[in-house]
Design a protein around this ligand. Structure first.
Ligand SMILES: [Zn+2]
Length: 63
């Protein structure tokens, strides 16, 4: 998962990975990204819990 190499605390929730990274201003950013091919879901959140909630509730369109 090359695109997660700057992330720490990466956890997997179903097909979705949640990782924490610092942006260019040093702010913590929490990203949820689906690993399913052709899904393309990814979003950033201010809090870890929001990112994990999004990961848990993600309904992957690809089956
Ligand atoms: Zn998905």
């Amino acid at each position: 998962m090359a695109r997660f190499r700057r992330f720490r605390s990466v956890v997997r929730v179903g097909p979705v990975q949640v990782g924490t990274a610092n942006d260019s201003r040093g702010q913590e950013r929490h990203t949820a990204a689906c690993t399913a091919p052709r899904c393309g879901f990814s979003a950033e959140y201010d809090t870890r819990s929001a990112a994990e909630l999004a990961a848990r509730t993600h309904r992957c369109p690809i089956r």
